[in-house]
Design a protein around this ligand. Structure first.
Ligand SMILES: Nc1ncnc2c1ncn2[C@@H]1O[C@H](COP(=O)(O)OP(=O)(O)OP(=O)(O)O)[C@@H](O)[C@H]1O
Length: 238
Protein backbone atom coordinates (compact mmCIF):
# COMPACT_ATOMS: atom_id res chain seq x y z
CA UNK A 1 0.00 0.00 0.00
CA UNK A 2 1.42 3.35 -1.01
CA UNK A 3 -1.00 5.57 0.83
CA UNK A 4 -3.49 5.23 3.65
CA UNK A 5 -6.03 8.02 3.65
CA UNK A 6 -8.57 9.19 6.21
CA UNK A 7 -11.19 11.72 5.10
CA UNK A 8 -13.60 13.35 7.56
CA UNK A 9 -13.40 10.30 9.79
CA UNK A 10 -15.56 10.13 12.90
CA UNK A 11 -15.35 7.37 15.51
CA UNK A 12 -17.60 6.68 18.47
CA UNK A 13 -17.31 4.38 21.45
CA UNK A 14 -20.82 3.15 22.07
CA UNK A 15 -23.00 6.25 21.90
CA UNK A 16 -20.14 8.62 22.73
CA UNK A 17 -18.56 10.42 19.78
CA UNK A 18 -14.80 10.48 20.42
CA UNK A 19 -13.11 11.47 17.14
CA UNK A 20 -14.46 13.90 14.52
CA UNK A 21 -13.54 15.37 11.15
CA UNK A 22 -10.14 13.71 10.93
CA UNK A 23 -8.51 14.07 7.54
CA UNK A 24 -4.94 12.89 7.14
CA UNK A 25 -2.69 10.85 4.88
CA UNK A 26 -0.14 8.25 5.89
CA UNK A 27 2.26 7.79 2.96
CA UNK A 28 4.61 4.86 2.42
CA UNK A 29 8.20 5.64 3.31
CA UNK A 30 7.28 8.17 5.96
CA UNK A 31 6.70 8.37 9.69
CA UNK A 32 3.51 10.26 10.46
CA UNK A 33 3.26 11.07 14.14
CA UNK A 34 -0.01 11.63 15.96
CA UNK A 35 0.48 13.70 19.10
CA UNK A 36 -1.94 15.11 21.62
CA UNK A 37 -2.95 15.18 25.26
CA UNK A 38 -4.32 12.21 27.19
CA UNK A 39 -7.86 11.34 26.20
CA UNK A 40 -7.61 13.18 22.87
CA UNK A 41 -8.71 10.08 20.95
CA UNK A 42 -5.41 8.85 19.52
CA UNK A 43 -5.90 5.21 20.52
CA UNK A 44 -9.51 5.37 19.36
CA UNK A 45 -8.39 6.60 15.93
CA UNK A 46 -5.72 3.88 15.53
CA UNK A 47 -8.22 1.22 16.55
CA UNK A 48 -10.68 2.49 13.97
CA UNK A 49 -8.03 2.33 11.24
CA UNK A 50 -7.11 -1.23 12.26
CA UNK A 51 -10.76 -2.30 12.32
CA UNK A 52 -11.02 -2.88 16.08
CA UNK A 53 -13.64 -0.12 16.25
CA UNK A 54 -16.08 0.80 13.46
CA UNK A 55 -15.80 4.08 11.60
CA UNK A 56 -19.01 6.03 12.24
CA UNK A 57 -18.67 8.25 9.17
CA UNK A 58 -16.11 9.40 6.64
CA UNK A 59 -13.77 7.48 4.36
CA UNK A 60 -10.82 5.19 5.01
CA UNK A 61 -8.97 4.11 1.89
CA UNK A 62 -5.77 2.37 0.91
CA UNK A 63 -4.48 3.47 -2.51
CA UNK A 64 -8.03 4.61 -3.26
CA UNK A 65 -9.72 1.33 -2.25
CA UNK A 66 -12.29 1.39 0.52
CA UNK A 67 -11.02 -0.21 3.74
CA UNK A 68 -13.79 0.83 6.13
CA UNK A 69 -16.00 -1.98 4.84
CA UNK A 70 -13.37 -4.62 5.64
CA UNK A 71 -13.15 -6.33 9.02
CA UNK A 72 -9.99 -6.41 11.10
CA UNK A 73 -8.68 -9.65 9.60
CA UNK A 74 -9.24 -8.44 6.05
CA UNK A 75 -7.46 -5.17 6.82
CA UNK A 76 -4.53 -7.15 8.29
CA UNK A 77 -4.42 -9.13 5.03
CA UNK A 78 -4.21 -5.83 3.19
CA UNK A 79 -1.07 -5.13 5.21
CA UNK A 80 -2.31 -3.07 8.17
CA UNK A 81 -0.66 -4.05 11.46
CA UNK A 82 -1.52 -2.55 14.85
CA UNK A 83 1.02 -2.55 17.67
CA UNK A 84 -1.31 -2.07 20.59
CA UNK A 85 -0.61 -0.14 23.74
CA UNK A 86 0.74 -2.11 26.67
CA UNK A 87 3.32 -4.69 25.49
CA UNK A 88 1.19 -7.74 24.95
CA UNK A 89 3.79 -10.52 24.88
CA UNK A 90 2.90 -14.09 25.80
CA UNK A 91 4.91 -14.13 29.03
CA UNK A 92 5.16 -17.93 29.34
CA UNK A 93 6.37 -18.41 25.78
CA UNK A 94 9.96 -17.85 24.73
CA UNK A 95 10.87 -14.96 22.46
CA UNK A 96 11.18 -17.36 19.52
CA UNK A 97 7.74 -18.84 20.27
CA UNK A 98 6.23 -15.36 20.53
CA UNK A 99 7.49 -14.63 17.04
CA UNK A 100 6.39 -18.00 15.64
CA UNK A 101 2.82 -17.50 16.84
CA UNK A 102 2.21 -14.89 14.18
CA UNK A 103 4.65 -15.84 11.45
CA UNK A 104 2.71 -16.64 8.30
CA UNK A 105 3.97 -17.48 4.89
CA UNK A 106 7.62 -16.90 5.76
CA UNK A 107 8.16 -13.17 5.77
CA UNK A 108 11.82 -12.45 6.47
CA UNK A 109 12.83 -12.50 10.15
CA UNK A 110 14.12 -9.00 10.86
CA UNK A 111 14.71 -9.52 14.57
CA UNK A 112 18.46 -10.17 14.50
CA UNK A 113 19.10 -7.22 12.25
CA UNK A 114 16.89 -4.66 13.99
CA UNK A 115 17.34 -5.85 17.56
CA UNK A 116 20.60 -7.79 17.99
CA UNK A 117 20.16 -7.84 21.76
CA UNK A 118 16.89 -9.73 21.33
CA UNK A 119 18.40 -12.26 18.99
CA UNK A 120 20.63 -13.46 21.83
CA UNK A 121 17.61 -14.10 24.06
CA UNK A 122 15.42 -16.18 21.74
CA UNK A 123 15.06 -19.06 24.24
CA UNK A 124 14.16 -16.89 27.23
CA UNK A 125 10.50 -16.70 28.34
CA UNK A 126 9.29 -13.27 27.22
CA UNK A 127 7.97 -12.52 30.72
CA UNK A 128 11.56 -12.42 32.00
CA UNK A 129 12.65 -9.72 29.57
CA UNK A 130 12.92 -6.04 30.47
CA UNK A 131 10.10 -3.72 29.41
CA UNK A 132 12.16 -2.39 26.51
CA UNK A 133 13.02 -5.89 25.31
CA UNK A 134 9.36 -6.91 25.53
CA UNK A 135 8.48 -3.95 23.34
CA UNK A 136 11.09 -5.12 20.84
CA UNK A 137 9.34 -8.52 20.76
CA UNK A 138 6.00 -6.81 20.15
CA UNK A 139 7.50 -4.79 17.31
CA UNK A 140 9.30 -7.81 15.84
CA UNK A 141 6.03 -9.75 16.01
CA UNK A 142 4.23 -7.06 14.01
CA UNK A 143 7.05 -7.10 11.46
CA UNK A 144 6.71 -10.85 11.04
CA UNK A 145 3.50 -10.03 9.16
CA UNK A 146 5.43 -7.91 6.64
CA UNK A 147 3.01 -5.00 7.03
CA UNK A 148 2.82 -2.15 4.55
CA UNK A 149 1.10 0.04 7.14
CA UNK A 150 2.31 -0.02 10.74
CA UNK A 151 0.13 1.60 13.41
CA UNK A 152 2.07 1.97 16.65
CA UNK A 153 0.30 3.01 19.84
CA UNK A 154 2.54 4.43 22.58
CA UNK A 155 5.17 1.75 22.56
CA UNK A 156 7.04 3.86 25.11
CA UNK A 157 4.39 3.40 27.80
CA UNK A 158 6.22 2.83 31.08
CA UNK A 159 9.65 2.91 29.45
CA UNK A 160 12.51 5.31 30.15
CA UNK A 161 13.35 7.80 27.38
CA UNK A 162 16.73 6.11 26.91
CA UNK A 163 14.94 2.88 25.92
CA UNK A 164 12.58 4.77 23.64
CA UNK A 165 15.60 6.27 21.89
CA UNK A 166 16.73 2.73 21.17
CA UNK A 167 13.34 1.71 19.71
CA UNK A 168 12.48 4.70 17.55
CA UNK A 169 15.37 4.37 15.06
CA UNK A 170 14.07 0.89 14.19
CA UNK A 171 10.73 2.49 13.36
CA UNK A 172 12.49 5.08 11.18
CA UNK A 173 14.38 2.33 9.39
CA UNK A 174 11.13 0.53 8.54
CA UNK A 175 9.72 3.72 7.06
CA UNK A 176 12.90 4.22 5.05
CA UNK A 177 12.31 0.74 3.63
CA UNK A 178 8.86 1.81 2.42
CA UNK A 179 6.48 1.08 5.29
CA UNK A 180 3.78 3.70 6.00
CA UNK A 181 4.08 4.37 9.74
CA UNK A 182 1.44 6.06 11.89
CA UNK A 183 2.98 6.58 15.31
CA UNK A 184 1.21 7.62 18.50
CA UNK A 185 3.80 8.66 21.05
CA UNK A 186 3.78 10.42 24.41
CA UNK A 187 7.43 11.48 24.13
CA UNK A 188 6.62 14.12 21.52
CA UNK A 189 10.16 15.46 21.19
CA UNK A 190 11.66 12.02 20.61
CA UNK A 191 8.93 11.08 18.15
CA UNK A 192 9.39 14.30 16.17
CA UNK A 193 13.07 13.42 15.69
CA UNK A 194 12.10 10.49 13.46
CA UNK A 195 8.87 11.91 12.01
CA UNK A 196 8.25 13.53 8.62
CA UNK A 197 4.78 14.87 9.38
CA UNK A 198 2.97 15.63 12.62
CA UNK A 199 -0.70 15.88 13.45
CA UNK A 200 -1.95 17.02 16.82
CA UNK A 201 -5.26 15.65 18.04
CA UNK A 202 -7.06 17.48 20.84
CA UNK A 203 -10.61 16.86 21.95
CA UNK A 204 -11.08 14.37 19.13
CA UNK A 205 -10.18 16.83 16.34
CA UNK A 206 -7.00 17.61 14.48
CA UNK A 207 -5.78 20.98 15.74
CA UNK A 208 -2.52 21.06 13.81
CA UNK A 209 -1.07 19.32 10.74
CA UNK A 210 2.27 20.01 9.14
CA UNK A 211 5.87 18.99 8.71
CA UNK A 212 7.59 17.70 11.84
CA UNK A 213 10.69 19.87 11.46
CA UNK A 214 9.28 23.21 12.73
CA UNK A 215 7.79 21.54 15.81
CA UNK A 216 11.07 19.72 16.40
CA UNK A 217 12.97 22.97 16.47
CA UNK A 218 10.60 24.88 18.71
CA UNK A 219 9.01 23.52 21.88
CA UNK A 220 6.89 26.68 21.91
CA UNK A 221 5.29 25.78 18.60
CA UNK A 222 4.62 22.29 19.87
CA UNK A 223 3.01 23.72 22.97
CA UNK A 224 0.84 26.02 20.85
CA UNK A 225 -0.22 23.06 18.70
CA UNK A 226 -1.25 21.12 21.80
CA UNK A 227 -3.31 24.06 22.93
CA UNK A 228 -4.92 24.27 19.51
CA UNK A 229 -3.53 27.55 18.21
CA UNK A 230 -3.04 26.49 14.62
CA UNK A 231 -2.74 30.02 13.21
CA UNK A 232 0.32 30.78 15.23
CA UNK A 233 1.97 27.49 14.44
CA UNK A 234 1.41 27.84 10.71
CA UNK A 235 2.74 31.37 10.71
CA UNK A 236 6.00 30.58 12.42
CA UNK A 237 6.35 27.14 10.92
CA UNK A 238 6.12 28.38 7.34
N1 LIG B 1 -12.99 1.28 26.19
C1 LIG B 1 -13.51 2.50 26.30
N2 LIG B 1 -14.80 2.67 26.50
C2 LIG B 1 -15.34 3.90 26.58
N3 LIG B 1 -14.65 5.03 26.48
C3 LIG B 1 -13.35 4.92 26.26
C4 LIG B 1 -12.70 3.65 26.15
N4 LIG B 1 -11.39 3.88 25.92
C5 LIG B 1 -11.25 5.22 25.90
N5 LIG B 1 -12.41 5.84 26.09
C6 LIG B 1 -12.64 7.29 26.10
O1 LIG B 1 -12.36 7.78 24.80
C7 LIG B 1 -11.67 9.02 24.88
C8 LIG B 1 -10.41 8.94 24.04
O2 LIG B 1 -9.54 7.95 24.57
P1 LIG B 1 -8.26 7.45 23.80
O3 LIG B 1 -7.69 6.32 24.61
O4 LIG B 1 -8.59 7.21 22.40
O5 LIG B 1 -7.34 8.73 23.91
P2 LIG B 1 -5.79 8.85 23.75
O6 LIG B 1 -5.56 10.11 23.02
O7 LIG B 1 -5.24 7.62 23.17
O8 LIG B 1 -5.33 9.01 25.25
P3 LIG B 1 -4.04 8.45 26.00
O9 LIG B 1 -2.89 9.25 25.51
O10 LIG B 1 -4.38 8.75 27.46
O11 LIG B 1 -3.96 6.99 25.71
C9 LIG B 1 -11.43 9.29 26.35
O12 LIG B 1 -12.41 10.21 26.78
C10 LIG B 1 -11.65 7.98 27.02
O13 LIG B 1 -12.16 8.15 28.31
Amino acid sequence: MKELKLEDVAVARGAAPIVRDVTLTVPAGEVTVLLGPNGAGKTTLLEAVAGVLPIASGRLTGDGDDLAGLDRVARARRGIALVEQGRTVFTQLTVAENLRVVRRGGGPDRTAELFPELDKRMDVPAGLLSGGEQQMVVLARALAMSPSVLLIDEMSLGLAPVIVKRLLPAVRQLADEGVAVLLVEQFATLALEIADTAHVLAGGRVTHSGPAAPLRKSPELLHAAYLGEPGRVDEEGA
